[in-house]
Design a protein around this ligand. Structure first.
Ligand SMILES: [Zn+2]
Length: 372
């Protein structure tokens, strides 16, 4: 067994274990960093049932390894990229942005684990020589907002939809909850309170941070119904949040996939040189187009099987996308198939399709187990 295989098996075991823990009283809202600990709480359903990992391929294009770093992109602009690569777990490991003005710096996204958020804040404080003065969340997923609490008392800003979803997340966190222990992420003692955005907008909001213009734009539903991007027109930098996964399989459990492709096309028409993904290494338009190509390749495969009346679980187990097999988390395809089926049959909603995901994952796992 290669290291990669061992690693994937370990990850699967961990996710399976988390699923079992959910039944025992530890809730899990997402495999991507939204775990909630609290023995007294009824466990929320797991929207992303664990799915058997795909084997890496020697014939598919390899992916690079990238390290955790605060990287300067322009004067007073940094991105905080978190490590990933073939043997490095990437679930819930996201990126952030820091833009410094004369008195404080503006943060875009809060990351999802206490150690990660604290390391980002410390690195940006050191680089800028100033404290953080404002935080903007690109969307509501735990690996982008669970760290909000460590930024307080700064103002937290988001799209209206994002705030509504964070309010629901906060209501699901029981009193006394802790961040579950996670190697390199949390030691299990940190209190967990979801800090809710206090300022919202629906289309666009512009901040001037010193002499840097930062435009926050909602383009259309994509990865969620409330994704915003941070656009720095003078610097030609765009922080895409989870509209962009680079070398990581795009995670579509809240997505409108066909609109997501259109949003990628719109971003690629903007005057931009550097695009920071929500997950994966720093990139540009070519890599964003490559991610949209993943969905362009997936859609006809799903359509064929939808027309043949296969279930989403059967379709997911049957589809092969060799070109993308070495991206991290290729088995996330199951959630993407569920979303596409809902688009095709007109039942797509902004919420995660928990029941359909669970059913598809069970069916997919059973079919994959038979083929081993
Ligand atoms: Zn996300």
């Amino acid at each position: 067994m290669t290291n990669r295989e061992k690693n994937d098996v370990r990850q699967f075991d961990r996710r399976q274990a988390l699923g079992l823990m959910g039944a025992a009283g530890l809730g899990m809202a997402s495999a991507w960093g939204e775990q909630v600990a609290g023995a007294q709480a009824a466990p929320p359903p797991n929207p992303n049932a664990p799915v058997a990992p795909w084997e890496p391929s020697t014939s598919a294009p390899a992916i690079p390894t990238w390290r955790t770093e605060l990287k300067q992109l322009a004067p007073n602009v940094w991105t905080y990229i978190q490590a990933g690569g073939p043997n490095i777990p990437t679930g819930g490991i996201s990126n952030a942005l820091a833009v410094a003005g004369p008195d404080h710096w503006l943060a875009v996204d809060a990351l999802g684990q206490p150690f990660h958020t604290k390391a980002f804040i410390a690195a940006a404080n050191k680089a800028t020589g100033k404290p953080c003065g404002r935080l903007v969340n690109t969307h509501h997923h735990g690996d982008h907002v669970a760290g909000n609490q460590f930024f307080l008392p700064v103002e937290i800003v988001s799209h209206e939809y994002c705030r509504d979803e964070v309010v629901k997340m906060a209501a699901a966190v029981p009193p006394g909850a802790k961040f579950p222990k996670r190697e390199g992420g949390a030691d299990g003692t940190e209190d967990r309170k979801i800090a809710i955005p206090v300022t919202t907008f629906s289309d666009r909001m512009t901040y001037r941070v010193g002499n840097i213009v930062v435009e926050f734009l909602f383009i259309d539903p994509a990865h969620t119904w409330g994704d915003i991007v941070a656009y720095l027109p003078a610097e030609k930098i765009l922080f895409a949040g989870d509209i962009f996964f680079n070398y990581v399989t795009p995670y579509g459990h809240n997505a409108h996939i066909s609109k997501w492709i259109e949003v990628c096309e719109k971003i690629n028409k903007m005057d931009v040189n550097v695009i920071v993904p929500g997950h994966g290494p720093l990139a540009g338009k070519k890599e964003l187009a490559q991610m949209a190509d993943y969905y362009r390749a997936l859609i006809p495969e799903v359509k064929k099987r939808y027309a043949a009346r296969m279930t989403p679980g059967q379709a997911a187990a049957d589809i092969k996308l060799p070109k993308y097999q070495n991206w991290r988390g290729p088995e996330q395809l199951v959630n993407n198939v569920v979303r596409l089926y809902a688009e095709f049959n007109g039942t797509l909603i902004s919420d995660v399709l928990v029941e359909a995901n669970t059913k598809a994952a069970q069916e997919y796992n059973a079919l994959k187990a038979k083929r081993v």
